[in-house]
Design a protein around this ligand. Structure first.
Ligand code: TYM
Length: 333
């Protein structure tokens, strides 16, 4: 089976979007050293993070991944900054990727906003480090949400150019795995924006740590339109908020939106939202409880991450050392 790599930024608590679009798909892919999951703290600081909060957010992110079902004994779970191979290869990739390629990245444009001159240079070259995260392990299967598609295409361009420039077949081709009906969960306040940990409005997202009352309140307040739930897919057309809520219920219930419409079609949003709240609370409460339990013993989470970093480094170090040799660096010993 192909080696799996994926990452998540500790720039906040994981959202329902992270969970349905990515984390939930990681759980069945656990396969010892062939599956690596990384809390990418170096990516997080491309936008300023409060230093007092970053370390605890990193630990909390790891705890929530474990609470969602990742088992540090059945996969490699670790923190990006603990494995220097990522930045070593990231630097080489900064020298492979072209400015023109990075200029096309839509996520940079979104995140930098209007004042692009004020964005950090790290935010700009971020996709190069992301390519290094994956290729330092020669990983080929990358389960992510839809918003990462463009970054993975860039990673393939970088791998190909490296191979071409140095006349080798060293880096493999990456296959994006964009899975399920919830590869793009949208904001609860605006069906045209993705649900995001960094959205200023907490009402726009469900956090995996939200309690039952908070989930109920956010769903009841979620933006909708005046029509009832349709009974067929065409009825969701041009109704982004309705489509989003139906998609969330389908994903959380492990079924297809078609089946949800068959059951719920004709209901008003009031009644539909109560069904959605119940499904979300049933599914997410045990995760939040487990996360709380894990964080009662932060030392145990840190120990698991340190073990993970050693296993990750054992895989990445020889691959990155070989990349450095191919580039022509004098071996350190
Ligand atoms: P991040 O931290 O923004 O998100 C982590 C994962 O969650 C997915 N996701 C979503 N899926 C569906 N709907 C949403 N609203 C939603 N929001 C987020 C993301 O697609 C992602 O899979 N660049 C990455 C982290 C990263 C990475 C990597 C991923 C760094 N290196 C190497 C894969 C391989 C990011 O910022 O994810």
């Amino acid at each position: 089976m192909a080696r799996v790599f994926s990452g998540i930024q500790p720039s906040g608590v994981p959202t329902l979007g992270n969970y349905l679009g990515a984390i939930r798909n990681w759980v069945p892919m656990q396969n010892g050293d062939e599956s690596l999951f990384c809390v990418v703290d170096q990516h997080a600081i491309t936008v300023f993070q409060n230093p007092g909060e970053l370390a605890s957010a990193t630990r909390e992110m790891a705890a929530s991944l474990i609470a969602c079902g990742l088992d540090p004994d059945r996969c490699v779970l670790f923190v990006q900054s603990h494995v220097p191979a990522h930045v070593r290869l990231g630097w080489i990739f900064n020298c492979i990727a072209r400015l023109g390629w990075l200029n096309r990245m839509t996520q940079f444009k979104d995140k930098a906003g209007k004042d692009r001159e004020a964005a950090s240079t790290g935010l700009y070259v971020y996709p190069n480090l992301m390519a290094a995260d994956i290729l330092a392990y020669h990983a080929t299967s990358v389960p992510v949400g839809d918003d990462q598609r463009q970054h993975l295409e860039l990673a393939n361009d970088i791998a190909q150019k490296f191979n071409h420039d140095y006349g080798v077949e060293f880096f493999p081709r990456i296959e994006p795995m964009i899975l399920g009906v919830a590869a793009r969960v949208m904001s609860l306040r605006d069906g045209s924006k993705k649900m995001s940990k960094s959205d200023p409005s907490d009402q726009s997202r469900i956090n995996l740590t939200d309690d039952a009352d908070t989930i109920a309140l956010k769903i009841r307040r979620a933006k909708t339109d005046a029509e009832p739930i349709p009974d067929h897919m065409a009825g969701l057309e041009a109704r982004p908020e309705a489509r989003n809520l139906v998609g969330i219920l389908a994903a959380i219930s492990g079924t297809l939106p078609e089946n949800i419409l068959r059951e719920q079609g004709g209901k008003g949003f009031g009644a539909f939202k109560e069904v959605l709240v119940e499904a979300l609370v049933d599914h997410l409460s045990p995760i939040a409880a487990e996360m709380k339990r894990l964080l009662n013993d932060p030392g145990a989470v840190d120990a698991a991450l340190h073990k993970g970093a050693a296993r990750a480094a054992a895989i990445a170090d020889p691959i990155v050392a070989e990349a450095e040799r191919l580039v022509g660096f004098l071996p350190p010993r």
